[in-house]
Design a protein around this ligand. Structure first.
Ligand code: NAD
Length: 739
């Protein structure tokens, strides 16, 4: 067999070892083949009298399994679309329901097979794999550092539909269960034990023997909910405790998601209905909700962007072919300020040696102290050990001596945003590094091709644009200047992967990619304010549209004076017409008249009182020339404006060739600035409604609010030809769930 997923071995005591070890993959995943194989094994266990019980473990060194192969689920959505075309909606819904519940039925078969099954978990065990473990009669997790269990399905627009919602809700008090399911967190073994999600925690090399011992000691092959008299941990749904849980859960769902995530709503429904039924019926209810969610455009879009595309980019989809993998051991970071200190920290955390250079020893030491602060925080939270902290700090050499950069294969500069300072640094660094070393600039506004002019080796010069705070943000834009060579791109992409972030490859242009969309978003918020929309309504409309922070909040984070500097730079480079006078007046008044710079000085669109929550600055009202009647404002239109303006900017970057891969536009927008994730990103947002409808919407907004909403040529063309971004640029047929 070429693609076997499981090995089995029956020992002399009658315990069957089922080892999950997919020949063709580095990590086990649930595929159609794996499910079929496991189903056969389960039947063998159930029917063979010689087998007393079974232990399921993984043959992979550091992991159990990441769960279902989501491309398999994409296939299910396609099945629905094709059945729909052939036999109509009712038949398509039935086919999808039957097909998508096979895993759930297999797990129920394990649970009711009459033989005890134990899951012996080492490493990550997530999603469908943890649902497998939950269907076993006993779970032992290793206390290994890498071990995590959890049900993260909600993060890709799904929910645990193979019994996960029903089992968790019968094992934990309902409040805890709902929280776990809604958050989708990865849980460490000790916490999982405390929550009773696993029964035992043991050293890695003991989990198999303990699993076997549990079976031989007469481990029970019946779940509590299949026994007479079973009582739910928190009492019945229709009880005082139930009333304390489910109505607030609905409110929390609305607060956290603004009802943009149908999967979470369906999951709450499945738990609420399922807990009132015996297990088999409850699983049917769950399967119905799951099939419904699989058909949702949100699930299709989120799976594509947040799983498939992200994985492809992480695996180096954009890496120039034929360039050998770079063997980076030591990186240099020049400029130990806000960004440089973060870059040094994430690099050292990934195991790289770091030479951190600043103008003098004190400044370099301050940068290293930032790393010390972050890693010490990890230690105090129990996420790192003292030895790990010492090792990490040992990898950062803070110095003012450029000579120490000589062995670095890659040097990243994060000095002041001033072309003269940058030119001087480029020269000093190039004087000491090897001819084939790569120089990267973290500039956010200066063109890479311009900076490369001051380099002796422009083919080795590349942009590596981080977002702040570096230690939290998951995206890095790799910027390709006019002369940037393949080896520089490959090295930058390899480096970004080494520090476990997601890279997107962007052509050199003003604002690169992500900041262009963000600037459009903030502009829209500013303009709404000047039109007389109450500030709170702007912020709320943004959240209702699915943005993690409102445009005014976001501007406070990046600083209002920076916003004003960008306005000035835009005028200098592109002329008066490129600047919006209403926005300029607003920012100038805030910064120059009122000294409001944003969160950094405690005064921006918001006030930041010590020890209290931030609140909108009451003085904003006085800056508004008019005040609209809130009841007369169309909130739905505000929401559309905030998303459409960003999507238009993304579409422009594609037309201009700044972004050349639609996956990158979508992944980048969600990771860099949280573009409403349920849409799958700005291009998926356009494709989701169809470019024709989007063009109509944008054109209508242009009539009402100005030329910034005018759709570009590419959009008009897509609308006219009935094409989509993913259809034209990624060769996709119809979007899976659009049918
Ligand atoms: P910063 O002012 O906090 O840090 C700059 C550091 O560079 C200072 O420590 C300074 O002492 C040092 N420096 C200046 N001249 C030097 C020289 N000749 N040799 C060595 N060190 C020198 O600035 P920052 O916010 O960290 O920004 C740095 C770069 O990162 C800029 O290009 C900026 O555009 C870019 N960037 C900033 C952000 C952000 O959010 N702040 C985001 C992305 C990119």
């Amino acid at each position: 067999m070429t693609d076997q997923s499981f090995r089995t071995e029956l020992d002399a005591d009658g315990v069957l070892g089922i080892v999950w070890d997919m020949a063709s993959r580095s990590m086990n995943v649930l595929t159609e083949g794996a499910i079929r194989e496991l189903a056969d094994i389960v039947e063998r266990v159930a029917s063979d009298d010689q087998i007393k019980g079974a232990v399921i473990s993984s043959g992979k060194e550091g992991s159990f399994s990441g769960g279902a192969d989501l491309t398999m689920l994409e296939g299910l959505a396609r099945l629905y679309a094709s059945e729909m075309a052939k036999h109509g909606e009712a038949a398509a819904a039935k086919a999808l329901f039957e097909e998508s519940r096979k895993l759930s039925q297999l797990y129920r078969r394990i649970e009711t097979s009459g033989k005890p099954f134990v899951a012996a978990i080492n490493g990550v065990c997530l999603g469908g794999a943890f649902e497998l473990a939950l269907s076993c009669h006993y779970r032992i997790a290793s206390n290994d550092k890498a071990t995590r269990v959890g049900l993260p399905e909600v993060k890709v627009g799904l929910f645990p539909g193979a019994g996960g919602t029903q089992r968790v809700a019968r094992m934990l008090p309902p409040g805890d269960a709902l929280q776990m399911l809604m958050k989708g967190e990865q849980i460490r073994p000790d916490k999982a034990r405390a929550m009773r999600l696993v029964d035992e925690v043991a050293p890695k090399d003991e989990i198999l023997s303990k699993a076997k011992a549990w079976i031989l000691a007469g481990g029970k092959a019946t779940k509590p909910w299949d026994e007479k008299g079973f009582k739910l941990p928190g009492g019945p749904v229709w009880s005082k405790a139930g009333f304390m849980t489910f109505p607030p859960a609905n409110a929390i769902y609305r607060r956290e998601t603004q009802d943009n995530y149908p999967a979470i709503r369906a999951m709450l429904q499945a738990v609420f209905d399922g807990l009132q039924l015996p297990m088999d019926l409850a699983l049917t209810v769950e399967s119905r909700q799951f099939a419904k969610v699989l058909r949702s455009p949100e699930a299709a879009a989120m799976i594509r962007t947040l799983f498939v595309s992200m994985q492809e980019l992480n695996k180096g989809a954009r890496r120039p072919a034929g360039v050998p993998k770079s063997e980076l051991r030591t990186v240099g970071v020049v400029g130990a300020g806000f960004m440089g200190a973060g870059v040094a920290y994430v690099s050292a955390q990934a195991g790289l040696e770091v030479v951190l250079v600043d103008r003098d020893q004190d400044a370099a030491d301050t940068g290293k102290a930032f790393a010390q602060k972050l890693i010490s925080g990890q230690v105090s939270k129990g996420r790192a050990t003292g030895a790990e902290r010492d090792a990490l700090l040992g990898r950062i050499l803070a110095t003012s001596d450029y000579e120490r950069l000589k062995d670095c294969g890659l040097v990243i500069e994060a000095v002041f945003e001033d072309p003269k300072v940058k030119a001087e640094v480029i020269q000093k660094v190039e004087a000491v590094i090897a001819d084939d070393a790569i120089f990267a600039s973290n500039t956010s506004t200066l063109p890479i091709s311009g900076l490369a002019k001051t380099s002796k080796r422009p083919e080795n010069f590349v942009g590596v644009h981080f977002f702040s705070p570096v230690e939290k943000m998951l995206l890095v834009e790799v910027i390709q200047g006019k002369e940037t060579g393949d080896r520089a791109i490959a090295t930058a992409l390899d480096y970004v992967r080494a520090i476990r972030k997601t890279p997107i490859l962007v052509k050199d242009s003003r604002g690169f990619y992500a900041n262009r969309c963000v600037i459009a978003y903030m502009l829209e918020g500013h303009l709404m304010l000047t039109e007389g929309v109450p500030a709170a309504m702007i912020e709320n409309a943004a959240k209702q549209a699915g943005m993690p922070v409102g445009p005014l909040s976001l501007n406070d984070e990046v600083a209002l004076d920076l916003g004003l500097r960008i306005v000035d730079a835009t005028r200098a480079q592109l002329g008066d017409d490129a600047v919006n006078p209403a926005q300029e007046k607003l920012l100038r008044t805030l910064v120059e008249t009122h000294g409001r710079l944003g969160r950094k000085n405690g005064k921006g669109f918001y006030d930041y009182p010590e020890g209290a929550k931030k609140r909108l600055w009451p003085g904003l009202k006085d800056l508004q020339p008019v005040h609209l009647d809130p009841d007369a404002i169309d909130v739905a239109e505000l929401k559309k404006r905030l998303l459409v303006t960003q999507a238009l900017e993304a579409a422009r970057t594609v037309e201009e060739g700044v972004v050349t891969d639609v996956r990158e536009a979508d992944v980048g927008a969600i990771l860099a600035f949280g573009f409403a994730p349920y849409t799958g990103g700005p291009l998926s947002y356009i494709d989701g409604m169809g470019p024709k409808r989007f063009v109509e919407l944008a054109s209508a907004l242009a009539e009402l609010h100005g030329e910034r909403f005018r759709p570009n040529r590419l959009l008009l063309d897509l609308a006219e030809t009935g094409d989509t971004f993913y259809g034209r640029f990624a060769g996709e047929k119809a979007p899976a769930a659009a049918a």
